[in-house]
Design a protein around this ligand. Structure first.
Ligand code: ADP
Ligand code: ZN
Length: 731
């Protein structure tokens, strides 16, 4: 029987809310009836909550006691394919549907009518009296240029009360205006002339365009070295989707969402696309959410959560830098945006493009197996060539223990400076020093709430826990033996490397780039843009410089500690090191000057270091694939992590042991349990953490078995259980 799509007044409907309940609840359809998928407001206890009409009511309550829907919101109903996507992604990640629906409704005031409201922007002149609060308002507005905000947003962003802003309005320093709530996005024109593509690129663009035009689901891995023109090629796929009248979504790692990128898209299509990211204001979020749902936004450029926007007619999803670890959400709903993109596209008949210079082994092997198509762009665009790779064998460099730049690397940097070129020193560690040690008793400063060391951040003048964010001032005396003036930094972080560079090259302009050193993402992006223009000679950076930035005058990258990633027990240690080193190296020599990448290493013969140096990527993937497949590890086998946590260590272990003992359902399904074991970070925010790992063959129906298995456990007290399907990190 076909599903009912309209409910008469008083008919029972099942409403799925965003509240943490394990089922949809019955309500009576309101006066005027309601459609399947309608966004509604319903009473829940004393509150009014947001929900979606998910289907016909179950009818297992006394009809007389069932309450009516309060009102149907003025928003396009949730489409069937979106419902299916939420259901399937909930089932895959073993997440309650309510939590999935919350991801899909992350815009405030969804149901508000399209009316006018007051917005605030920079006016003229200066205030009669300058106060700290007033300055904060003006600085906030200056930072965002021409944008306007609601009173609440502006007050929040500036950290002031509404009355401060109202005071500035009276003086005309801030303007108050009426603005329609949601404006459609400007039309993008796919037929503006794009760049003239190389033969390689044109063939790729044609293949992707044909995939999109087919109107069927398909995934293509677009592999090409940094600078080969992957972006140019997938923008043609975006154009193809637009010509079909379908919407396109381009996902980027948050930090790669730069002004430079948006300018490029604007240049190609003649107007700005919608931009969805964590820094977007509530007003902007709401506008995008609505316009995407009404088909009034052709293209969204967004961070991973953009995947849950209510597209009306999605024809293409691009996942750029598809191997990037930030696509896996590591708290709340544990989903992988790349995998969910494929799921969503397969439901709505869209094409997926996974773009990367160094694909994940998952995508590589899916392409090998023929599940994904694969396109390769083999050369960099124009005269740019891949950098020369070399190792510096640190065993022969005789560095003192508090220095990290080898004489060999120094010489190379000197040569670049003499040529007026830029050099980059890369270290993947934030802060000043990873360890703070008492020279008198050997005590290391740890976090009070976590099983982790506090990391000194000299720039912020604090010790910071990288697990929970807790911070404290550097103590004068050792917290253990009370000796004064004995606390000393051990090991390098990006700030300390910056200090060393300043001593080595006193005349050079040095820029240290670390996400925590800039108040806002915008300030950081501005700094990066300045560097690209030549505002620095030496760039000292962490992982964030590895992502998609273009420094045309950069000709040398020195990796301070190429061994850093190799030591972890992580399943993906080799893969991550390989990707990171290749990406960092790819920063050098983007324009017309050839680049060099030098890796400082104590293990020049390590197989991973050797394959990085040889640049033989296919050989690396083959070897890595053989090893994983031998061990039955992902992507050739399946893993799920179970994390139990609670304030009482014994209770957490009890629960873990109980699960491990009652593993019958798992064994029957063909899966094995390992653990419980203390998690590598055994305490976070005062909660003890225990992990179990479930491993299975690829063909095992793992989710069903897992659900039954953990369903046996009654979670007592403050105990929490999280399931991480396809875990990416094992902390
Ligand atoms: P990738 O995404 O693979 O790193 P990009 O698409 O960013 O590569 O291309 C690298 C640089 O080369 C960009 O500045 C881009 O504008 C330029 N470029 C690539 N292909 C062309 C082309 N066919 N014509 C002109 N410029 C191009
Ligand atoms: Zn902590």
């Amino acid at each position: 029987m076909a599903q009912k799509t309209y409910f008469d007044p008083g008919e029972l409907v099942a409403v799925q809310t965003t509240q943490p309940l394990d089922r949809a609840l019955d309500y009576k359809a309101p006066e005027g009836g309601c459609h399947l998928g309608a966004f509604v407001e319903v009473p829940l206890g004393p509150r009014k909550v947001l929900g979606v009409v998910w289907g016909a009511g179950q009818g297992d309550y006394d009809y007389a006691k069932v309450r009516p829907v309060i009102r149907v919101l003025d928003a396009p109903p949730l489409r069937d394919e979106m419902k299916l996507f939420l259901e399937k992604s909930a089932a895959y990640t073993l997440t309650p549907l309510s939590a999935m629906l919350r991801l899909a409704t992350r815009a405030p005031g969804l149901g508000d009518p399209p009316s006018m409201r007051k917005v605030y922007r920079r006016g003229t002149g200066a205030p009669d009296r300058v106060t700290k609060a007033r300055t904060q308002v003006l600085e906030t507005l200056a930072e965002y240029g021409d944008l306007s905000f609601t009173l609440k947003e502006l007050a929040e962003m500036a950290g002031v009360t509404a009355s401060v802003i109202k005071g500035l309005v009276k003086q005309g320093v801030v303007f108050e205006e009426d603005s329609p709530r949601d404006l459609p996005f400007a039309r993008l024109d796919p037929d503006l002339p794009g760049k003239v593509l190389t033969a390689d690129q044109a063939a790729g663009a044609a293949a992707l365009g044909a995939g999109v035009a087919s109107g069927d689901y398909g995934t293509t891995l677009l592999r090409g070295v940094t600078g080969s023109g992957k972006t140019e090629v997938y923008l043609e796929a975006v154009a193809a989707a637009m010509r079909q009248g379908r919407q396109a979504l381009v996902l980027l790692p948050e930090i790669a969402l730069t002004a430079e990128f948006l300018t490029r898209v604007e240049a190609r299509f003649g107007a700005k696309p919608a931009e969805w990211h964590s820094g977007a204001t509530m007003t902007e979020r709401r506008r995008i959410w609505r316009m995407v749902g009404e088909g009034q936004a052709q293209l969204v450029i967004g961070a991973r959560s953009a995947l849950f926007l209510p597209f009306q007619n999605l024809g293409l999803i691009v996942v750029d830098e598809e191997h990037d670890t930030s696509y896996k959400q590591e708290d709340g709903v544990l989903y992988h945006a790349r995998d969910m993109a494929v799921l969503r596209a397969s439901i709505c008949g869209a094409h997926v493009v996974l773009a990367s210079a160094t694909p994940s082994l998952e995508s590589w092997s899916n392409a090998q197996a023929g599940k994904y198509a694969r396109l390769d762009l083999v050369s960099r665009f124009g005269p740019a060539v891949m950098p020369q790779m070399g190792a510096i064998d640190m065993r022969g460099e005789g560095l003192p223990s508090d220095r990290w730049v080898s004489p060999a690397l120094k010489k190379e940097v000197d040569a670049r400076l003499a040529n007026g070129e830029q050099a980059m020193l890369f270290i993947n560690r934030r802060g000043y020093a990873p360890i703070t040690l008492c020279r008198a008793c050997g005590h290391q400063i740890g976090c009070d709430h976590c099983d982790a060391r506090m990391v000194e951040h000299r720039f912020l003048k604090r010790l910071i826990c990288h697990q929970c964010g807790e911070s404290k001032p550097m103590p004068e005396a050792c917290p253990s033996c009370e000796a004064v003036g004995k606390m000393a930094p051990v090991g390098p972080g990006v700030e300390r490397l910056g200090e060393e560079a300043a001593a080595l090259w006193p005349d050079a302009r040095i820029a240290t780039l670390s996400s925590d050193m800039y108040g806002t993402a915008r300030a950081l992006k501005a700094e990066i843009a300045g560097i690209a223009q030549g505002s620095a000679d030496i760039i000292i950076g962490t992982q964030l410089v590895a992502k998609g930035h273009n420094f045309p005058n950069l000709t040398l990258v020195g990796v301070i500690d190429a061994d850093l990633g190799l030591t972890g027990s992580d399943l993906r240690a080799a893969e991550r090191t390989f990707q990171l080193m290749r990406q960092v190296a790819g920063r050098a020599g983007r324009a017309d000057k050839p680049g060099t990448a030098l890796l400082q290493t104590y293990q020049p013969d390590h197989p991973v270091i050797r394959s990085i140096l040889a640049g033989d990527e296919e050989a690396f993937w083959q070897a890595e694939a053989a090893e994983r497949s031998q061990a039955g590890m992902p992507p050739y086998g399946r893993l799920a992590g179970i994390i139990l946590s609670g304030p009482d260590v014994a209770a957490v272990f009890d629960a873990g042991n109980q699960l491990a003992r009652n593993d019958r359902v798992l064994r029957d399904a063909g899966a094995q349990v390992y653990g419980p074991a203390p998690a590598p970070i055994a305490r976070v925010r005062g909660r003890h953490r225990v992990r179990l790992l479930v491993k299975a063959d690829k063909n095992v129906a793992l989710q069903r078995a897992l659900a039954q298995w953990v369903g046996q456990l009654r979670l007592k007290g403050d105990l929490r259980l999280a399931i991480d399907i396809d875990p990416q990190s094992f902390y």
